[in-house]
Design a protein around this ligand. Structure first.
Ligand SMILES: [Zn+2]
Length: 104
C-alpha cells in the first residue's frame, strides 16, 4: 500500500454574520445583537519552511521538505533542524546508501 498524502478538502464553515439593517441612530431602538469578532474564521496556519539548514523549501513532513525528511529519518538532522555531532559520518553513510540504491 502506498502512502498518499490525501488531504481531505475541508470546506470552511464560515458563518456569515448577518449584516444588521442600517437602522440609523434613531431607528426605533433596535439594537443589533452582540457584534461578533470580525471574520475570525479558520485561519490557515502559514505553511512552514523546511528546518533543514539553508533549505528554502516548504516543509512537507515533520517540518522538513521531503529531502530533509529523509535526512531526519536517517538521523542526519534532528527534529530541530540541527546536525548531529556525527553528521559527517552519517552523511557519508547516507550518500553511500543512496548511491547503492541508484545502482541497484
Ligand atoms: Zn529541506
Amino acid at each position: 500500500m502506498s502512502k498518499t498524502n490525501s488531504v481531505p478538502t475541508e470546506v470552511p464553515t464560515a458563518a456569515k454574520p448577518t449584516t444588521p439593517k442600517d437602522a440609523g441612530p434613531s431607528g426605533g431602538g433596535h439594537k443589533p445583537a452582540t457584534l461578533t469578532a470580525p471574520s475570525k474564521n479558520n485561519v490557515v496556519a502559514l505553511p512552514g519552511m523546511c528546518l533543514g539548514e539553508g533549505c528554502k523549501k516548504r516543509s512537507e513532513k515533520a517540518n522538513f521538505c521531503m529531502e530533509h525528511f529523509d535526512w531526519f529519518k536517517e538521523g542526519l538532522v534532528t527534529k530541530e533542524g540541527r546536525k548531529p555531532t556525527d553528521f559527517d559520518k552519517k552523511f557519508f553513510d547516507y550518500t553511500r546508501r543512496l548511491a547503492k540504491k541508484k545502482t541497484a
